[in-house]
Write a protein that binds this ligand. Structure first.
Ligand code: MN
Length: 489
């Protein structure tokens, strides 16, 4: 349900008529060579399309208007090969709605010391042409990414690739439909928020649905489909013996499969890409959706527990950004601490709903009682997360604006097995250390829920937040609490 193949980013090259038609022909040929080089590098997840060399205000406005109107265009990459006077860009940039990346590069990497003359100088003007463009962007208050360096450089291509992933997620967020099934966990603050402002800011629409709307889809799943899904579970996971056909808990597995089929049908029917539920409102469902929510996340759906639609949207956007990258992405919650001075760590988990894409090994399919919610024992996948660098991300509603917080962590293998813990989990050490990171997160008002990813870096979220125009705070190896609090003030 995530597909980059139809997407494209438009490459627009700025110039002017001062240099004559021959120079403009060279500019065009160079721009096309750069686009071919970028696409041929294999480093970019989205195809870049050369669009135009623009030399007048009319051409600029027309190219950017066209980019806004093109349904598969996720953003515009602008390159000032020569000097393109900034006032020509005012009309076009002021109207532009697509994300913008300013690639501040030059055709040739090196100065040709022995042969350089004024013709070369006049054709290779990015160094000052890019500054004129930057000035007008800043003067107009245009959010954009600025990538500096030679276009063949892998680090430059990587920064463009990160921006393209964020732009693909931004594209996906426009018009995204989120089903809030059963509203919110009662009295909880952080999972609430201004849905109208969220739609204006992020482009997604959150609408509430009663449990009856979902339950109506559950019996629609025939017994043959339930049989087939139970077989798929058995082929994909290590099964608790009692859940297998003939086992005393097999009926629980069938009920879990029925719920998964019903949820899939409900989400497909409504064209949803993310959903929430809450254990306090499950009328007509015999189990809290566990394995269903886990597997739907694995397929690319955003999910938020307890009515948390902001993190459902965030998980979906992070899954779009991470599409095709190694490492998984999941809904997550800071659950419990290990406060040993020798190695403090956070154990992240949830009641059930952690995405198996982050699993280190084959998940185990199990059934256990759930202490809250008052329903039957839910089936869930149990596993440890893979070790490695990861990010925990939150979006909160501050009342007058949204805030994103990105915390860099290192997932580690648990020092000992956790044989009695019946849920999926990730053990991590926040950067720079647990004390600083947790205090900074708490001062920032970050949620207890997060979008968690072993595939993304802080830069992906930084680019995405810039596209949304929301503030973004970083907790990383460089963070000091004093500086972080100053930034908050
Ligand atoms: Mn929760």
């Amino acid at each position: 349900m995530i597909d980059y193949a139809p997407l494209e980013a438009w490459f627009v090259t700025g110039s002017q008529h001062l240099y004559g038609p021959d120079a403009l022909e060279r500019v065009r040929a160079n721009a096309e060579a750069i686009v071919a080089g970028l696409n041929g590098s294999g480093a970019l997840p989205v195809r870049v399309v050369f669009k135009a060399v623009v030399t007048t205000p009319e051409e600029i406005s027309a190219a950017l208007r066209e980019a806004d109107a093109a349904p598969n265009c996720v953003g515009v990459i602008a390159w000032m090969h020569t000097f393109s006077p900034g006032r020509m860009w005012i009309g076009g940039l002021s109207a532009l709605r697509r994300p913008l990346c300013h690639l501040h590069t030059q055709m040739g990497r090196d100065i040709p010391w022995a042969t350089i003359d004024m013709d070369f100088m006049n054709l290779n003007q990015s160094a000052h042409g890019g500054r004129e463009f930057g000035h007008i962007c800043t003067r107009l208050g245009i959010e954009r990414k600025v990538v500096v360096g030679h276009w063949r450089d892998a680090a430059v291509q990587q920064r463009v690739a990160v921006w393209l992933r964020a732009a693909a997620a931004w594209h996906d967020s426009q018009g995204m439909r989120i089903a809030r099934i059963g509203d919110n966990m009662r009295e909880v603050a952080v999972t609430e928020g201004d849905k109208v402002e969220a739609e204006r800011r992020f482009g997604y629409a959150v609408n509430g649905y009663g449990l009856g709307d979902l339950v109506a889809h559950v019996p629609a799943a025939g017994e043959a489909a339930v049989d087939a899904l139970c077989e798929e579970y058995a082929a994909s996971y290590t099964m608790m013996a009692s859940l297998l056909p003939g086992g005393p808990r097999h009926s629980s597995l069938r009920e879990a499969a029925r719920i998964e089929l019903g949820l899939r049908s409900f989400l497909t029917d409504g064209g949803f890409h993310a959903f929430t539920d809450t254990f306090e409102n499950l009328h007509g469902l015999r189990q809290l959706p566990g394995i269903a929510a886990q597997r739907l996340m694995a397929d690319g759906y955003g999910f938020g527990a307890e009515g948390d639609w902001k993190h459902a949207a965030l998980v979906r956007s992070m899954k779009v950004m991470a599409h095709g990258l190694p490492g998984g992405t999941s809904f997550m919650e800071d659950y419990t601490y290990h406060l040993d001075r020798e190695g403090p760590a956070v154990l992240g988990a949830h009641m059930l709903e952690i995405c198996p894409t982050i699993a280190a090994g084959t998940p185990s399919c199990e059934v256990h009682p759930l202490g809250i919610g008052g329903r039957e024992d839910p089936v869930r996948l149990v596993f440890d997360a893979a070790a490695g660098p990861a990010v925990n991300v939150t979006v909160v509603d501050m009342g007058d604006r949204f805030r994103m917080v990105v915390s860099e962590v290192d997932v580690v293998e648990p020092p000992e097995p956790l044989p009695r813990l019946p849920v999926a989990r990730a053990l991590w050490k926040p950067r720079p250390d647990l004390e600083t990171a947790a205090a900074a997160w708490i001062h920032a008002g970050g949620a207890h829920h997060t979008g968690f990813s072993l595939a993304l870096t802080a830069e992906h979220l930084e680019d995405f937040a810039a596209m949304a125009g929301v503030e973004c705070l970083f907790i990383d190896g460089e963070t000091t609490l004093r500086q972080f609090r100053r930034e908050l003030r």
